[in-house]
Design a protein around this ligand. Structure first.
Ligand code: ADP
Length: 268
């Protein structure tokens, strides 16, 4: 008789380990418990949209993923490395500022408000991070910035100042600025919510281009059609938890949870 062990299925190679691993994430502000235990993995190259009602904790979750907000409990690993904290014996303590800056340099974030430096030209906005944080030589940072400005369609605006640009143009500069740090992960926090409707498309177009190039993206958005078109997976949050997640076709067209159904019927 053949021993059972020899009949076992050969071990398949591990699928790519997650680029982002969110485990048991809790976040409170004083007595307000905003995140109540989030577990979420994002694989390399995956685009994950996060949708849900206002106040459900989407932005807070995204801000924890680059440690703008410090988790109250739980951990975030980026590319296998614990973010913002290290183990000392049994305890978790904060890493030093330099380590956190290095970890954050791999994570680009685009905010609802464009947050450009108003006193710097478009070109300087894009080169300042690589030069100051990444220690990239100025000429190289400039060449990289010009490539990125070209990619977002704003090479001709290199010498303009933020106030001379439309909201959509400013947001495209903000995307170029984040990309200049060569991040392995891009976070978008309602990147088009502050824009006039006619300017939304140009920013979504840049984001779709980035998605097509294989960037790993976590996108908090109210643009449901965009989320459906671009995402590999959609996560529906409500009340500080992930209620349901799945491929966009299923989540948008055959949601399983009554809360997902109620939300979608209100917004679609
Ligand atoms: P969403 O992005 O889903 O709209 P948020 O993450 O922005 O939700 O907010 C979730 C809840 O956390 C809201 O009640 C909000 O008022 C609260 N909140 C967010 N940031 C802070 C903060 N810095 N201090 C206190 N409360 C906050």
């Amino acid at each position: 008789m053949i021993p059972n062990a020899t009949l076992s299925t050969p071990t398949l190679p591990d699928p790519a380990p997650p680029l982002v691993r969110i485990a048991g994430l809790h976040k409170s502000f004083g007595a307000l418990d905003v995140l109540k235990g989030i577990d979420l993995d994002v694989r390399p190259g995956e685009k994950v949209s996060i949708i849900g009602p206002s106040g459900s904790g989407k932005t807070t979750m995204l801000r924890c993923v680059n440690f703008i907000e410090r988790p109250t409990r739980g951990q975030i690993h980026i590319d296998g490395e614990l973010l913002g904290q290290k183990r000392v014996g049994e305890a978790l303590v904060d890493v030093d500022d330099r380590t956190l800056a290095r970890q954050r340099a791999g994570i680009g974030m685009v905010f609802q408000r464009f947050n450009l430096f108003p006193h710097l030209s478009v070109l300087r906005n894009v080169t300042v991070g690589p030069i100051k944080v990444g220690r990239v030589p100025a000429a190289e940072a400039e060449a990289r910035a010009l490539d990125l400005l070209d990619k977002v369609g704003l090479a001709s605006k290199r010498d303009s100042y933020p106030e001379q640009l439309s909201g959509g143009q400013q947001q495209r500069v903000a995307i170029a600025r984040a990309l200049a740090m060569r991040p392995k992960l891009m976070l978008f926090d309602e990147a088009t919510s502050a824009l006039d409707p006619e300017l939304v498309g140009e920013v979504l177009g840049v984001m779709a281009g980035l998605a097509a190039e294989g960037m790993t993206m976590m996108i908090v958005t109210h643009e449901m059609q965009f989320a459906e078109d671009v995402s590999d997976r959609v996560v529906f949050m409500d009340g500080g938890v992930v209620v349901e997640e799945g491929p966009p076709a299923r989540l948008f067209h055959a949601p399983e949870h009554p809360r997902t159904r109620a939300f979608l019927s209100a917004v679609l």
